[in-house]
Write a protein that binds this ligand. Sequence first.
Ligand SMILES: O=P(O)(O)OC[C@@H](O)[C@@H](O)c1c[nH]c2ccccc12
Length: 350
Amino acid sequence: MSARSSSTVISEDTISEEDALKIKEWEVERLQDEIAASQGIRIRRRPPTGPPLHYVGPFEFQVENEGNTPCNILEEIIWYKDKEVSQMKERTPLSALKKAISSAPPARDFLGALRRSYSRTGLPGLIAEVKKASPSRGVLREDFNPVEIAKAYEKGGAACLSVLTDEKYFQGSFENLEAIRNAGVECPLLCKEFVVDAWQIYYARIKGADAILLIAAVLPDLDIMYMTKICKLLGLTALVEVHDEREMDRVLGIDGIELIGINNRDLGTFKVDISNTKNLLEGERGKRIRQEGIIVVGESGLFTPADVAYVQEAGVKAVLVGESLVKQKDPAKGITELFGEDISCKGPSI
Ligand SMILES: O=P(O)(O)OC[C@@H](O)[C@@H](O)c1c[nH]c2ccccc12
């Protein structure tokens, strides 16, 4: 904390318009943080800047470095993403994206593909993830060819694919998403991003996404509502990800949610526990999900047919799998091993 005394006494009329705007912005940010905190969200969207200099009157106190260190890896990722997106928005404003959207390839039916796969195989529809690295596991595959991996997944019977687009922490890219889309892969594609701004949804659509991830640990209810509406408008499926009871209850309180992912990994601590899927689907919550026809995806930490059977038993109709498949020399065979049977269209159907 630093304190500097100012020789001038700040009165209303010495505050410039620019300062007044900064003060307003700061107040709005604080209000947003308060709303998020009231919903149990611990992740702050950006590092706290402290009050603008002139806010505090004759003695200028500015908080430095207080709370300016991210509380965990998810918060670190979100703060970086916030800066990254601001820069991208400066280069390509939303108005330009809106114009480009009419020439984007039409969106494919992500939910339909999951449902069809489930009824064809009797097993959870597979969303296979094109994932080179992660902050918790490091590089998963050195010889990483996203298009080859995507084609192998499709051949092995994946219903949909998930493509990580975050560069800094997951070594993914939007080029990968575009390349997979342009290589003739027919599975609908999930853009696996850390969405903090609706701008990213338009951008993902232009790059060929059919679905996008929205993380409840990051986004307050109003943002989820607003962003799922934008997704519908653009023909994208929103996969809304939760990790605990509180997030699940918040998301179940929002109208129009069709697809919920239960992440078995805590994005703050990296701890993985597949019984999380079971716990969140028990009792009233599970009943409500069934009544409303919401499809649930079991996400992360699935390695064996027993893991898949366990989350299916808990009530999921889809699974999202990265590590255990991407590490296989032949990811198509990896799918057969993961399910304990050949789920490709050529395989024995039940
Ligand atoms: O590699 P795994 O353990 O099979 O997990 C895949 C996927 O669930 C995981 O990558 C994931 C789930 N939610 C996320 C949010 C952001 C980044 C990554 C993720």
